[in-house]
Design a protein around this ligand. Structure first.
Ligand code: ZN
Length: 384
């Protein structure tokens, strides 16, 4: 990931150099699992790295609190969908706080932004970038965006397959193109729906929600759009396309690898989930969980095992013992090595290794331990 633009210049504003980050949020219908945690911890390290570099950071995220999986779970369990969403959104916030993930500056749910999403859909319709079917549903016309396809760079067959697998409706009759994504869904019996101007009573589609929130929260440039790798297509491709038509460009797409458990990608549908709140309830130190995550480069896919958590606890104990020393090796070279590693596409394994080396080195510096504690706290979110 490039943290600077190709000319090597940071974007400057009257308030000094700045950076904007949009991280796609959760659909709140189940507890936070380690795959989610790894993604949010990765972008938290990015935000901390930017702050350390002196950038003024604006970070926005969303909560998809109206979506088919949420409504299906609510119906299956006999819970009101609003209660399920509110409950899981609060639990997610608790998990993130426990993991010391800095909260976004702007954090919006679909249900509190329906009028703005509807305005966005109307604007796309007005600009000829969207069209309405006979039943009132509105779709984006992807042919209005010549740059569509640049995020994922996939061939047509793969895009078609992933679109069908991940919430799209390629076979919907009446669409101009099979990949055109839903922007507004007219009310169906039993579905949540809102009255808005111009459009029929209904609810927003998924991708346009993120496009609107990113545009409204961060302005005309999103420096990094982040999320799990399974969001590359269609979600980031579509939301980036919508945002572009709304006048907001996304400079860098960054995607966290997927976390497997027991041989398969951790996913709700497979049921092989390791929940953050379970790990915390079992007494695991949140800093050990962050260390276990940080031992992997954020872009790689990896598999969670109990051994890794044990190793992270051992590492944390060693770091804490070292950081309690009265004298130690100087911190400045460690800080330099950690900054260099993080500037290199958030290379946390190398950053952690630099601190490992310090813990094993003796020295006479009386302020080093304090400086290392500050470094791990500020840059890595690790409390020693
Ligand atoms: Zn999103």
């Amino acid at each position: 990931m490039q943290l600077r633009d190709p000319s090597g210049q940071l974007r400057a504003s009257a308030a000094g150099p700045s950076a904007t980050l949009y991280v796609c949020g959760i659909t709140p219908y189940d507890s936070t699992h380690l795959g989610h945690a790894a993604t949010y911890v990765a972008f938290d390290v990015l935000r901390r790295t930017w702050m350390d570099a002196g950038l003024s950071v604006q970070h926005a995220s969303n909560v998809t609190d109206v979506d088919d999986p949420l409504l299906e779970r609510a119906a299956a369990t006999g819970v009101d969908w609003r209660d399920l969403a509110a409950d899981q959104t609060a639990k997610f916030a608790d998990d993130m706080a426990a993991l010391r993930v800095l909260p976004p500056h702007t954090y919006l749910t679909v249900t509190e932004t329906v009028p703005q999403v509807a305005e966005t859909v109307v604007a796309l319709l007005r600009d000829g970038a969207a069209y309405q079917l006979d039943d009132g549903d509105v779709y984006a016309d992807l042919s209005a965006d010549p740059a569509f396809g640049g995020v994922a760079a996939l061939d047509d067959a793969t895009m078609h397959t992933l679109f069908a697998e991940r919430g799209g409706d390629p076979d919907r009759v009446g669409k101009r193109h099979q990949l055109d994504p839903l922007l507004w869904r007219a009310e169906r019996p039993g579905d949540p729906a809102w009255d808005v101007p111009v459009l029929p009573r209904g609810r927003p589609g998924w991708h346009v929600e993120c496009a609107m929130i990113a545009t409204a929260s961060l302005g005309s440039v999103v420096d990094v759009q982040g999320g799990g790798r399974d969001l590359v297509f269609p979600h980031h491709e579509m939301s980036t396309s919508h945002a572009r038509l709304l006048g907001t460009s996304v400079r860098v797409q960054a995607h966290a690898g997927l976390v497997a458990y027991a041989g398969q990608k951790m996913s709700k549908s497979l049921g092989n989930l390791v929940f953050v709140n379970t790990l915390l309830a079992d007494g695991n130190d949140p800093s050990a969980i962050r260390l276990a995550i940080g031992a992997h480069h954020y872009r790689t896919d990896w598999e969670w095992t109990g051994d890794q958590l044990t190793a992270a606890h051992t590492r944390l104990t060693r770091w804490r013992t070292a950081a309690a020393r009265r004298t130690a090796a100087p911190a400045a070279p460690v800080l330099s090595a950690v900054r260099q590693a993080l500037a290199n596409d958030l290379d946390t394994p190398t950053a952690l290794a630099a601190i490992d080396t310090w813990t094993r080195t003796e020295g006479e510096d009386e302020s080093a331990a304090t400086e290392i504690r500050t470094l791990t706290d500020a840059l890595l979110g690790i409390a020693l």
